[in-house]
Design a protein around this ligand. Structure first.
Ligand code: BES
Ligand code: ZN
Ligand code: ZN
Length: 494
C-alpha cells in the first residue's frame, strides 16, 4: 500500500506541513514567524539544500524551493526526488499524514512532489514479520488554489480529476512492483494469470487466460518450447479495455515478457547472474498494471494486453541447444541458446497480435544483458519499425515521466545475423549488439507499426534509488499511461 493523495480546500490544520515555493520572496504570508523566515533566508542564500526543515511543537515543517531549472522534465524530476526525500523523513518520524501547501500556483510541481512522496513510501513487506521499519504515511493532502481551480474549471473537460487519476496510476505502479518483487515460489505463470485476473476485475477490463491445450491448438511453439523443462504449466493472459466511444478504431496492443523465473534453462546461468531473475516478468507486470490503470481511469481508448508467461528451467523434457521449434506463425527457429528464451515467447505473442489489426504494438521485455551494458539502469533501449512518429511521441513521454528511452537502429544487416542454416531463424546472434539482433528477431514476427522496449536495465534495482525504490521499479507503467493518455486526447490513433 502506498499513501493516497487528496485535494483539500480547508485552511491549514496543525500537522506536518510541506510548503512548495519557487523562491524566498514568494513564501506565503501568515505561515512563518519572523525567526523562521530569517532561518529560511540563511538556508536559501547558502542553497545548501533544496528542502529546508524545522520543527514546530512536535510537527515538522519542510520548505521545498523548486529547483531553478529551465527544462520542465528535469524540474519535475527534481520535485519527485524532493518528495521522496521528505517522505523518507516523515516515515522515520512515524507520521501518518502530511499537508502539501502551494500558494504560488505551482500545481505541476506539487503533483510531481506528491508522486515522489507516494512512490517513495512503497515497500514490499509481505514476507517480513518484523514491521518495525514499516512506512506509516497514509495520506498526502494537497492544499493548492491553482490545482483546485484547474480541477473545477468549466473550460477543462476531464471526466476525472487529475488527482484521482494520479492515485490510480500510482496504485498501478505499486501493483506492478508487487508482482515483480514476488518470488517464483509464489508467482508461477498460473499465479501471475490469477493476479492479472484480479486486476482486470477490479478495473473493469476483460480478461482471458489461454491454457496449455489452447496454446497447443494455437501452435504457440515458442511459449510451449520454453515451458518444456518446467513442472508448471504456461499461461497466456489477454486483458482488454474496450470502452464504448473509444477514440481509436484500431487498438493499441501492448505485449509483456512474462518469464516468471529465468534460470537460463539447459544453458544454465552462471553464478550470481541468476540472482534477480524473478524480475524477468517485469514486462508482463507493466502490461497488466497499465491496462489496470487505463481501465480504472476510464480512458477512452481501446487497449489490449498480451502476457505470455512461463518459467525457464532445465528439466528432463527441456529444450536443448540445437533443437528446432515451429512458432505460432509457422516459422521455424533453431534454438542455439535456451537462455535466449524471451524472444521465443514474445514472438508467439507478436504474431498472435495480428488478429487485432493493431494501430500499433509496443512490447516491454527484460530481454538482454546487452541492453543493460549499453545504457545501464537509467533508461530503456527502444527500437521501432514502421512507427517513427509514435516512437518520437513515446520518447517525449519518457522524458516527461522520467522513464527515458534511447532509440537503437533496426538496420537490415542485424536481421541477416539471425538467419539459420538449418531453420528459418536462429535465436542467437553474434556477441556484439545483441540487444539489437534480439529486436530484429522479434520484428520478423510483426507486420504492423511496432515498438520494442528492452527494459532489462531499469526494471529492477538492487539498491534504493529515490522514489524508484528498491527491487521492482514498475518501469513502463507511467510511461505507457502518459503515452496513451496524450495520444488519446489528441485523438491521433488510427
Ligand atoms: N532475462 C535475460 C536478460 C536479462 C539480463 C534481464 C540481465 C535482466 C538482467 C534473458 O533471457 C537472457 O538471458 N538473455 C541473454 C541472451 C543471450 C543468451 C543471447 C543475454 O542477454 O545474455
Ligand atoms: Zn534468458
Ligand atoms: Zn529472460
Amino acid at each position: 500500500m502506498i499513501p493516497s493523495i487528496v485535494l483539500t480546500n480547508k485552511e491549514q490544520e496543525l500537522g506536518h506541513l510541506v510548503v512548495i515555493v519557487s523562491k524566498f520572496s514568494k513564501l506565503p504570508a501568515g505561515i512563518f514567524s519572523g525567526a523562521e523566515k530569517a532561518y529560511l533566508k540563511v538556508q536559501v542564500e547558502n542553497r545548501k539544500q533544496e528542502v529546508v526543515e524545522f520543527n514546530r511543537l512536535g510537527y515538522w515543517v519542510y520548505v521545498y524551493f523548486i529547483k531553478d531549472e529551465k527544462v520542465p522534465s528535469k524540474r519535475m524530476e527534481a520535485s519527485r526526488k524532493a518528495g521522496d526525500k521528505v517522505a523518507v523523513l516523515l516515515n522515520a518520524q512515524k507520521a501518518t499524514k502530511v499537508t502539501v501547501f502551494d500558494e504560488g500556483g505551482e500545481s505541476e510541481e506539487v503533483l510531481a512532489f506528491a508522486e515522489g512522496m507516494a512512490l517513495g513510501s512503497y515497500q514490499f513487506l509481505k514476507y517480513k514479520k518484523d514491521r518495525e521499519n514499516e512506512n506509516t504515511l497514509k495520506e498526502i493532502e494537497i492544499y493548492s488554489k491553482a490545482l483546485e481551480e484547474a480541477e473545477n474549471s468549466p473550460t477543462v473537460t476531464r471526466h476525472m480529476s487529475r488527482v484521482k487519476r494520479l492515485n490510480i496510476l500510482l496504485e498501478a505502479v505499486a501493483c506492478c512492483r508487487d508482482l515483480i518483487n514476488e518470488p517464483n515460489s509464489y508467482l508461477t505463470a498460473t499465479a501471475f494469470s490469477k493476479e492479472a485476473g484480479k486486476m482486470a476485475k477490479e478495473s473493469g477490463a476483460s480478461v482471458e487466460v489461454l491454457n496449455t491445450q489452447k496454446l497447443a491448438a494455437l501452435k504457440m511453439g515458442g511459449l510451449l518450447g520454453v515451458n518444456q523443462g518446467s513442472h508448471e504449466p504456461p499461461t497466456f493472459t489477454v486483458m482488454e479495455w474496450k470502452p464504448a466511444g473509444a477514440r481509436n478504431k484500431k487498438p493499441l496492443v501492448i505485449v509483456g515478457k512474462g518469464v516468471v523465473y529465468d534460470s537460463g534453462g539447459m544453458n544454465l546461468k552462471p553464478g550470481d547472474s541468476m540472482m534477480n531473475m524473478k524480475d524477468d516478468m517485469s514486462g508482463a507486470a507493466a502490461v497488466a498494471a497499465t491496462i489496470y490503470a487505463v481501465a480504472k481511469a476510464g480512458l477512452p481508448v481501446h487497449v489490449v494486453g498480451l502476457m505470455p508467461a512461463t518459467d525457464n528451467r532445465p528439466g528432463a523434457k527441456a529444450m536443448v541447444p540445437g533443437d528446432v521449434i515451429t512458432m505460432h506463425n509457422g516459422m521455424t527457429v533453431e534454438v542455439l541458446n535456451t537462455d535466449a528464451e524471451g524472444r521465443l515467447i514474445l514472438a508467439d505473442a507478436l504474431s498472435y497480435a495480428k488478429k487485432y489489426d493493431p494501430a500499433l504494438v509496443i512490447d516491454l521485455a527484460t530481454l538482454t544483458g546487452a541492453a543493460v551494458r549499453a545504457i545501464g539502469k537509467f533508461g530503456a533501449v527502444a527500437m521501432q519499425s514502421k512507427a517513427p512518429a509514435e516512437m518520437e511521441s513515446l520518447i517525449c513521454s519518457g522524458y516527461d515521466v522520467y522513464e527515458r528511452l534511447v532509440e537503437f537502429p533496426m538496420w537490415e544487416e542485424y536481421g541477416e545475423q539471425m538467419k539459420s542454416d538449418l531453420a528459418d531463424l536462429k535465436n542467437l546472434g553474434p556477441a556484439e549488439a545483441s540487444m539489437i539482433t534480439a529486436g530484429k528477431f522479434l520484428e520478423k514476427f510483426t507486420d504492423y507499426p511496432y515498438i520494442h522496449l528492452d527494459i532489462a536495465g531499469p526494471a529492477f534495482i538492487d539498491k534504493r534509488d529515490s522514489y524508484r525504490g528498491q527491487g521492482g521499479t514498475g518501469f513502463g507503467v507511467r510511461l505507457l499511461f502518459d503515452f496513451i493518455q496524450k495520444n488519446t486526447w489528441a485523438g491521433s490513433q488510427g
